[in-house]
Ligand binder design. Structure first.
Ligand code: SF4
Ligand code: SF4
Ligand code: FES
Length: 261
């Protein structure tokens, strides 16, 4: 996708938004785009009353509820679990439900401006809403499920604590796409599997009960696979779950190099 070219900035009357006692004013700039009317994205601004303990998601919900119901963005759990509200907040990939306003305020400031834009590298469908299909295609391509051959077992597949520990970090992924859409390789070529797909392959490659590691490693040995990673750590910095994404990618590379899982 070509980088959005922000044009004009439209401001809105936000007097209908309730202002709780102790609230400050946050100017929220949103990179808006409606494919029915717009040729390209443009910034629009909203002065929103907010408490320092509000999350960015609260402000977007207030804009949608009181000013413009057409503002589009994904969200569900509002607690950092579903992974649906990834967006660029002040240029950094974050979950809007996890970013507190007080953490965006310079010390002592009673007013601030924040910019909110869609995650980069996936087609902007409408406002903060992107087409996640290419992201999930890459995820599905690495077979993110337990593969076991032979007869169905008669008892539970037992695993030692040490074996479980081996892939514990990568089980935490919530498929938010913050990592993949912060990756410069993915921006320049969307056919790269991207860090999230590799993290989810890692979760099964290093599972002692799984018998599909070789299939997955073959897939990731492809020209669009792990060798495209340039170890820039953007993905690790972006992950809201604190997953050591680049380390997981390195472990998959080592498994390919040394045929050791
Ligand atoms: S470490 Fe690799 S996958 Fe992660 S952002 Fe950098 S190039 Fe992309
Ligand atoms: S690895 Fe982290 S940033 Fe990437 S999709 Fe999973 S949870 Fe999101
Ligand atoms: S709304 Fe679910 S992670 Fe933010």
């Amino acid at each position: 996708m070509a980088s959005p070219t922000p044009t004009d900035t439209a401001a809105h009357d936000t007097s209908q938004i309730p202002a709780p006692e102790g609230s400050i004013t946050v100017t929220v700039r949103v990179l808006r785009f409606n494919p029915e009317f717009d040729d390209e994205p443009h910034w629009e601004s909203y002065d929103v009353p907010a408490l320092p303990t509000d999350r960015v998601l609260n402000l977007l919900i207030n804009i949608k509820s009181y000013v413009d119901g057409t503002l589009s963005f994904r969200r569900s759990c509002a607690h950092g679990i579903c992974g649906s509200d990834a967006m660029q907040i002040n240029g950094v990939n974050r979950l809007a439900c996890k970013v507190l306003i007080k953490d965006l305020l310079a010390k002592g400031n009673k007013r601030t401006t924040i910019s909110v834009a869609p995650i980069k590298g996936l087609p902007q469908m409408k406002d903060l809403y992107v087409d996640m299909e290419p992201f999930f295609e890459a995820f599905k391509a690495v077979k993110p499920y337990l593969i076991a051959y032979g007869n169905e077992p008669t008892h539970e597949r037992i695993q030692s604590q040490a074996d479980r520990e081996r892939f514990d970090d990568t089980t935490k992924c919530i498929l938010c796409a913050c990592c993949t859409t912060s990756c410069p390789v993915f921006w320049s070529d969307g056919s790269y599997f991207g860090p999230a797909a590799i993290v989810n392959a890692h979760r099964f490659i290093f599972d002692s009960r799984d018998e599909g590691s070789e299939e997955r490693l073959d897939i990731l040995n492809d020209t669009e696979g792990v060798w495209r990673c340039r170890t820039t750590f953007n993905c690790t910095d972006a992950c809201p779950r604190g997953i050591q994404v680049t380390k997981a990618i390195q472990e998959v590379k080592q498994a390919l190099l040394f045929k050791r899982v």
